[in-house]
Design a binder for this molecule. Structure first.
Ligand code: SAH
Length: 313
């Protein structure tokens, strides 16, 4: 009996040109293809003559179990995800099912994860360069994650000034989540913070809309949309949403950002320069905590560590 294989394949946003060569080859190598109908249709030319198991959106675990069952019989199974299979995709549930069945990497089933361009990559490319500084993705789907956990992440990302890509922002039944995300973010960010909404990137129904944080929730957002929310430096110019590579341009002469970071010294010397600066200032952890928005206990520890000993010059 030949060795079974499960390939977890990310096919990118949908257009054939944006699928990797490895994704195409891995689909060709398979004898069984499992996936959501829309995604299988996107690779129709590659799946002829293969066993096709079409599953609906809500049956992730069933898909993983079906893949395992076939692979145990020696089949080469391709599990197809849009974007990247490891980003809110089939890779996680599949490993969970495999481990539950006692699978190890040297067992009879080979597993390959084939990376693909995720929605945040493809949507960012369409709107400009919004992810050029630190960003995070948050899924607003509360089907498998309790809402308070999602809200905490939205709040923390807002506080920490991440650019945010919202996956699963809204559906027919989940309409309130985007409104609550907006409410949380407006506590940290200006009303005119740029927001881009990309629907069906690189698919025939592609639609791009630019708006601002205060109007975001009123826009046309659905299951096939990704919402990109800028940080405090993101701007829109000539129809392109851009996040500067660093914070340097935020500083006027001697100016400070909301995070209390000073231009000049600390920017050019980074962590070490800042450490020397706070150690030399002689200020208390509480005062520094207020200025930098960092936990006082952390600053206390830092000031007591040997690295922060004041140095001459
Ligand atoms: N594995 C996928 C994400 C699946 S979760 C990936 O890596 O992209 C489903 C969510 O992904 C959608 O609700 C939407 O927010 C986003 N998404 C997937 N394909 C998209 C596309 N072509 N255009 C815009 N958003 C997309």
């Amino acid at each position: 009996m030949s060795k079974g294989k499960i390939s977890l394949i990310g096919i990118g946003p949908g257009a054939v040109e944006h699928m990797t060569q490895r994704a195409r080859d891995a689909i060709k190598e398979a004898d069984t293809v499992i996936g959501y109908v829309t995604y299988i249709q996107l690779v129709a030319d590659l799946v002829e003559g293969k066993e096709i198991i079409k599953k609906s959106m809500t049956e992730e675990i069933d898909r993983a179990i079906a893949a395992l069952d076939r692979a145990q019989l020696g089949c080469k199974v391709a599990l197809i995800s849009s974007g990247d299979a490891g980003v809110y995709g089939m890779a996680g549930p599949t490993y969970e099912v495999l481990f539950q069945a006692g699978w190890t990497p040297d067992s009879d089933i080979e597993v390959e994860v084939v990376p693909g361009a995720s929605a945040l990559n493809t949507c960012a490319a369409l709107v400009g360069a919004p992810l050029t500084h630190d960003f995070c993705s948050i899924s607003l789907s509360d089907l498998l994650t309790p809402w308070p956990a999602i809200a905490r992440r939205v709040d923390a990302a807002g506080y920490a000034d991440f650019v945010i890509a919202l996956y699963n922002p809204k559906s027919g039944r989940r309409t309130r989540q985007i409104v609550e995300a907006q409410r949380l973010l407006l506590r940290h960010r200006k009303a005119d913070t740029p927001v881009a909404i990309v629907k069906s990137a690189y698919r025939p129904m592609q639609r791009i809309e630019f708006t601002t944080l205060d109007k975001m929730a009123e826009c046309d957002i659905g299951m096939l949309s990704t919402v990109i929310i800028g940080n405090s430096c993101t701007f829109v110019r000539e129809g392109k949403m851009v996040t500067p590579r660093g914070y340097a341009n935020k500083y006027g002469a001697g100016g400070e950002t909301h995070s209390g970071e000073k231009a000049g010294h600390s920017l050019s010397t980074g962590l070490n320069g800042w450490l020397k600066e706070i150690a030399a200032s002689g200020e208390s952890a509480e005062v520094l905590a207020g200025r930098y928005g960092l936990p006082a206990a952390y600053l206390e520890e830092l000031l007591n560590s040997s690295d922060a000993a004041p140095v001459d010059g």
